[in-house]
Design a protein around this ligand. Sequence first.
Ligand code: C5J
Length: 217
Amino acid sequence: MEIAAEPYPFVLDPEHAALLIIDMQRDFLEPGGFGEMLGNDVTQLRRTIEPNRRLLRERGLKVMHTREGHRPDLFDLPQAKKTRGRSKTSIGDPGPMGRILVRGEAGHDIIPELYPKPGEPVIDKPGKGAFYATDLDAMLQHQGVKQLVVTGVTTEVCVNTTVREANDRGYERLVLEDCVGSYFPEFQEMGLKMIKAQGGIFGWVTTSGEILKALKA
Ligand code: C5J
């Protein structure tokens, strides 16, 4: 199934593809969450909710979700990650929606609009990349997945890191530009340009409209 994409059409094999939705968590997307507390404009991320929801409704692909966060005892939180940013409130501290980026807390969970359905695995990851210290690679291999359709937030951080990790592991990667978001418009633009530059050095970029068109055909 050929999908119009940049830098050139992507040949999707739905039997061997999965939709990987990165970190659509309340603390990153919701007004009043950790992201907004740090001064970020969450509307830049919230515009991705509806296209992701349309994609999920179509149900043409296996679906996996990720969440960035840490064990309640924080044994998996590097000190360098905890102290970076010199913020008065950091990961593990009480935040507006429970302890910040700690598993089991309200803010760590996925937004209700995209909440995983039974049978859709959720990968809890302590890092930015979804492959680091998780069983994602094993799950993809056992499910015969060779292609990843990647959506979620944020474009230049967890999406880009995961796409690069997937590149080194031999997966093909298609990123949907209207379904990924950054708090910073310039990073959104550059984050996507970096993926598709040099003949698609980290992958292909298209829109949810193009993939939905192909899946419905
Ligand atoms: C993600 C972040 N999910 N920006 N995290 O991108 O810290």
